[in-house]
Write a protein that binds this ligand. Structure first.
Ligand code: G6P
Length: 606
């Protein structure tokens, strides 16, 4: 969370910082700030609220004219969003921006207070700024080295020193940072989209590496000051991919990008009609060695893991345990070298998932990352990685990332089931073919957008609602419920349909919306009985099922009929209406769809 940027070059630095921060707002958007050198002085402007507030402030109170500086967009951890708590922090000598959490900041603060420092904010970052000032004796590298040796926690830091008015320094540990290089200009940023307007070339900064941007160039050093040569990376997407492209919101754009995202993720992993994951080292021999599979992730990525569990267990008969990463890392999991731990993450930077990966490796399990962002921390640390090729996902509420994550689970399940001789080659090819056709199937469902909008209009005034389903439909309804909560702020719960009568059905009153997902034909009658139970208690039922199933119109109020594929693959088309319903409900409520309150896309703190 939080996005940081830095720039050195010939352009209007304040403008570059603001434009770059705009591409990072998905990381946090409760306040923003910049520190730019103007006439060799560090000038700071910061403001609570969206980036636009900062821009207005700069325009009204005076633009900072300079060619070198740092910027920040915040997701508050320590201290409420306010002007004072906004970054940059520091004083006239040093100024810093920070992404991460400094765990021992109280101790450092006490130490600095004894040395006569005073503090004005409630942030952990201010202690780092003052500690940097304390150690700074004219040599930035020395001060950075001393600070890094003392602070504990996660950080990416951007720093400027008054005596070096043409330079930006940055260092990282556990929070991401890339170094962009253009013609006579250089950048640091938390993520690639921030620099795409200017350059596609960048370096990945590793833990405890220090970058110095100076004279339009970037030089990278280890923490002891030894220069490091690094491999230049090139972004494989352009600015257009990170912009709205005519859609009113990123979320709608990303929902509509799903067919293509599935295509680019699945197609390269098919050889002669069969799934082929050998590119990442997952050969059939290796796959069949695993006695247990664990899937560990957060949020939507964890929900993708739930679909993965049903599919792998059903087809390949290998036990799969799905954990929320923040629970897994503290529950002392039993792991051994015959286990495979799959870490799923769009960003590849989620702090809890990253730690779960570290723990799994420590305990001897093989680790596989399913990640969207190339070169991200989780992708680099795992033993094996399968990249999902969804392109940048900007909307905080994840949609296309989920779709491609589950498509990878299908590939994995098909390959594993075949390798373990649970399905024959013919069956494996038949399923793979359906997966390959999925982009068309999803496109068909996207045509139901208007119907979803109409259903959303029936939900806008609801205070509560329920999502129900069984088996894969239950796994899917968890994602549907999360989507709605995230962006519409309507409370909803997802429940295993058969479990409703053990308590939750007491919530059902007249007119309460219940979204029932029933795509698993062998469970259809059972689910439908549960639907009748809620209907007879007054629920308004929205029923999601195969288009060729005719549900009794006395029991269901609205039906969304989906094109039929094998039941096991139904989560792919079935998630689309759930995404669209959440999207339109949020739009109709007038919410900020892409930047819902209190959330951030990339959660790099515990
Ligand atoms: C945040 C985002 C979610 C996302 C989760 C995991 O909570 O708001 O949309 O699912 O983090 O993120 P990851 O990048 O690890 O998939």
């Amino acid at each position: 969370m939080c996005g940081i940027v830095g720039y050195v070059g010939k352009r209007d630095c304040t403008k570059v910082l603001l434009d770059s921060l705009a591409k990072l707002e998905y990381r946090g958007y409760d306040s923003a700030g910049v520190a730019v050198f103007e006439n060799s002085e560090i000038k700071v402007s910061k403001s609570k609220g969206r980036l636009l507030e900062l821009k207005n402030k700069l325009e009204n109170e005076g633009w900072i004219d300079g060619c070198c500086g740092i910027g920040h967009t915040r997701w508050a951890t320590h201290g409420e969003p306010s002007d004072i708590n906004s970054h940059p922090h520091g004083n006239r000598r040093v100024s810093i921006v920070h992404n991460g959490i400094i765990e021992n900041y109280q101790k450092i603060k006490k130490f600095l207070e004894k040395k006569g420092y005073t503090f004005e904010s409630q942030t952990d970052t201010e202690t780092v700024a003052k500690l940097l000032d304390y150690y700074y004796d004219g040599d930035p590298m020395y001060a950075i080295r001393r600070v890094v040796a003392e602070i504990e926690g996660s950080y990416a830091l951007g720093m400027v020193f008054k005596e070096f008015p043409n330079a930006v320094y940055a260092v990282r540990k556990d929070s991401p940072l890339i170094v962009g290089v253009g013609k006579d200009e250089a950048f640091v940023a938390s993520d690639v989209p921030a620099i795409l307007e200017y350059t596609k070339d960048y370096y990945l900064l590793e833990r405890d590496e220090v970058v110095v941007l100076k004279n339009g160039k970037a030089e990278i050093f280890d923490i002891h000051g030894m220069k490091i040569e690094k491999e230049l990376q090139t972004a494989d997407f352009d600015l257009e991919a990170a912009e709205k492209g005519g859609y009113p919101h990123f979320m709608l754009k990303e929902i509509n990008e799903q067919p293509n995202a599935v295509k680019t993720t699945v197609t390269p992993r098919i050889t002669d009609g069969m799934p082929d994951l050998s590119e990442c080292g997952l050969t059939p021999e290796r796959l069949t060695r695993y006695k247990n599979i664990f899937v560990v992730a957060c949020g939507t990525a964890m929900h993708a893991g739930l679909v993965g569990k049903y599919v792998i267990e059903q087809l390949a008969r290998v036990p799969v345990t799905v954990d929320v990463a923040s629970e897994f890392r503290y529950r002392d999991p039993i792991l051994c070298d015959e286990d495979l731990v799959i870490l799923v993450s769009q960003s590849g930077e989620t702090a809890d998932t990253r730690e779960a990966l570290r723990l799994s490796k420590e305990r001897g399990a093989d680790t596989l990352a399913i990640v969207n962002v190339k070169g991200s921390s989780i992708a680099r640390a795992a033993d094996m990685v399968i990249y999902t090729h969804a392109g940048p996902e900007i909307s905080v509420a994840s949609t296309k990332a989920y779709m491609v994550q589950i498509s990878v689970f299908y590939l994995l399940a098909f390959e594993l089931a075949y390798a373990k001789e649970k399905i024959d080659r013919e069956e494996c090819m038949r399923l793979t073919k359906q997966l390959l056709r999925m982009p068309d199937t999803i496109n068909e469902v996207l045509q139901k957008s208007e119907q979803c909008k109409y259903i959303a209009s029936k939900l806008v005034n609801a205070g509560n609602l329920l999502y129900i389903g069984r088996g894969l439909d239950y796994a899917l309804s968890m994602e549907g419920s999360l989507k709605l909560k995230e962006i519409s702020y309507i409370h909803s719960e997802s429940y295993a349909a058969g479990e409703l009568k053990h308590g939750t059905i007491s919530l059902v009153t007249d007119g309460m919306p219940v979204i029932a997902v029933a795509t698993q034909r062998k469970l259809y009658e059972k689910t439908f009985s549960n639907v009748e139970e809620v209907k007879s208690r007054g629920a308004m039922v929205i029923f999601v099922t195969h288009e060729n199933i005719k549900a009794d119109s006395k029991t269901v109020d609205y039906v969304i009929g989906l094109p039929s594929v094998d039941d096991i693959l139904m989560p792919m088309p079935a998630v689309v209406p759930l995404q669209l319903i959440a999207y339109y409900t949020s739009v109709l409520k007038g919410n900020d769809v892409d930047k819902p309150r209190n959330l951030a896309k990339s959660v790099t703190v515990e």
